[in-house]
Design a protein around this ligand. Structure first.
Ligand SMILES: [Zn+2]
Length: 482
């Protein structure tokens, strides 16, 4: 590998360096590629994405969502059809202008998102109320030509995602779909990825280009003092169905424009898992999405190698019979200590050590990655319980981190202080653009939105806007973001 093994920086002291050390040395990504911001997702990093996909895909299908694949190239004229959408995406579109020796008559965008290409087709698929609702998802790569500093998984020019697109007869049907997808995403992020998050309705200025409204999932990394958007659900209203002429003949025989939603999450989730759960030794991957849940490391002893190897094989078989993802690290060219460090850096949730003494006692030593706790066990059936416990502990820790990061304040000085401490300011806002742009300019932090899952507006009554002192309408969350 040529690189020094291990993390050189402490997470709480230099988050950026810590993060880079973990993703590079832990075998999540290789950034040594010829194009900036286009990283190799290595087996350990890509494996987490595969697990996330394996969890989410059946949850989508249960709702009647079907997978499809739409073209990578989007003609410029198509991308321009919804003006706000085009305006929002054009600064970061990568264009194909030549094909072989020929200049193309029309530039082709490499998909920055697929609303336009999908809706062009949807208008041909939908003609009657009988065709609704339509629910399509695709798992694909996306290119956005970032000019800001890139960061593995968190901000890259090419990434992987899923994008779901649905079409409905009424605004209310689309709203119901939005709410149900928020529930699906919440379960994926909380129950499997063990992440904590705020579900926020974005401000008018910050919503998706072309949406009626946008609901986003924001997780918070205290060591970096920054919020990370990990998923979004948009109510598109009729903003796309009108330019793309997605119409249907309703039961009353009248031709109407349809209502739409779109929703997506990306490989950024892998970065969120590393950033949120990791410690000074490296990553900690929640068992539900760890490509390897248990690593078994034999501790050989001269003359007793055979019995140790036999014991590890038996344990591996026993765990695999329980449906667990297990790896036996029997590489002879590395010492057990070296292997411990490497697997801790990668964040495998559980390590099993087997030495001659364990064999004599008829069992094995278990070491938890989240707490470092060691125990001697004799029955493989306890392992799923321990993994479940790790999963819950990670989620509880994450919840606690978020709770401790939110501080309610009443004025700009309060917001400034909280943001400078690397936390999330919760405060009251009048709803005007001046104050939204003003706080960004003054503090570098942004109004991320209002709670969508809980109505907090009552609390804002009688309060003053943190920025201008006028009557407040909303309780908002303000933080720096990536
Ligand atoms: Zn104000």
């Amino acid at each position: 590998m040529g690189e020094e093994l291990g993390v050189t920086a402490k997470k709480s002291e230099n988050f950026s360096q810590w993060y880079l050390d973990v993703v590079r040395k832990g075998g999540f990504v290789d950034q040594r590629t010829p194009v900036k911001g286009c990283d190799v997702f290595m087996p350990w990093g890509y494996g987490i994405w595969e697990e996330i996909r394996a969890i989410a895909d059946p949850m989508f299908k249960e709702r009647g969502v079907k997978n499809a694949y739409f073209p990578l190239f989007i003609p410029k004229s198509l991308l321009e059809k919804e003006a706000k959408h085009f305006e929002g995406f054009v600064p970061e579109v990568a264009w194909v202008t030549r094909g072989g020796d020929e200049e193309l008559e029309e530039w082709l965008a490499i998909r920055p998102t697929s609303e336009t290409i999908m809706y062009y087709t949807f208008s041909r698929w939908i003609s009657s109320y009988r065709d609704l609702p339509l629910r399509i998802n695709q798992w694909v790569n996306i290119v956005r030509w970032e000019t800001k500093a890139t960061r593995p998984f968190l901000r890259t020019r090419e990434f992987l995602w899923q994008e779901g697109h649905t079409v409905h007869a009424t605004w209310e049907d689309a709203k119901k779909e939005v709410d149900e997808m928020i529930d699906v995403y919440s379960r994926i992020f909380r129950d499997y990825l063990a992440l904590s998050f705020l579900i926020l309705k974005r401000t008018e200025n910050d919503k998706f280009a072309g949406a009626d409204f946008t609901v986003a999932f924001d997780t918070f990394v205290p060591e970096a003092g920054r919020i990370l958007q990990i998923g979004t659900v948009h109510h598109l209203g009729q903003n796309f169905s009108k330019p793309f002429e997605i119409t249907f003949k309703d039961k009353d025989q009248r031709v109407k424009y349809a209502y739409q939603t779109s929703w997506g999450f990306s490989t950024r989730l892998v970065g969120a898992i590393i950033a949120l759960h990791g410690d000074d030794k490296g990553a900690i991957i929640p068992p539900a999405v760890a490509p390897t849940q248990v690593v078994i490391i034999p501790i050989p002893f001269k003359g007793r190698e055979r019995e140790v190897v036999e014991a590890t094989r038996k344990i591996k078989e026993g765990l695999e019979d329980l449906g667990l993802r297990v790896e036996l690290d029997d590489r002879e060219q590395y010492t057990p200590g070296w292997k411990f460090n490497e697997w801790e850096l990668k964040g495998v949730p559980l390590r099993i050590e087997v030495g001659p003494k364990d064999v004599e006692k008829g069992g094995f030593t278990v070491v938890r990655r989240d707490t470092g706790e060691k125990s001697f066990e004799t029955d493989v059936n306890v392992v799923p319980e321990i993994l479940q416990d790790i999963q819950e502990n990670l989620r509880e820790r994450a919840e606690k981190k978020l709770e401790e990061s939110i501080v309610t304040v009443e004025d700009l000085e309060g917001v400034r202080k909280v943001v400078e401490e690397g936390k999330i300011a919760r405060t009251y806002w009048c709803g005007r653009d001046e104050c939204e742009f003003g706080v960004k300019e003054e503090t570098g932090a942004e109004i991320r939105g209002t709670r969508y899952d809980v109505d907090e507006s009552e609390e804002a009554k009688g309060k003053k806007c943190f920025f201008c002192g006028r009557e407040a309408k909303y309780v908002v969350y303000i933080a720096k973001s990536w």
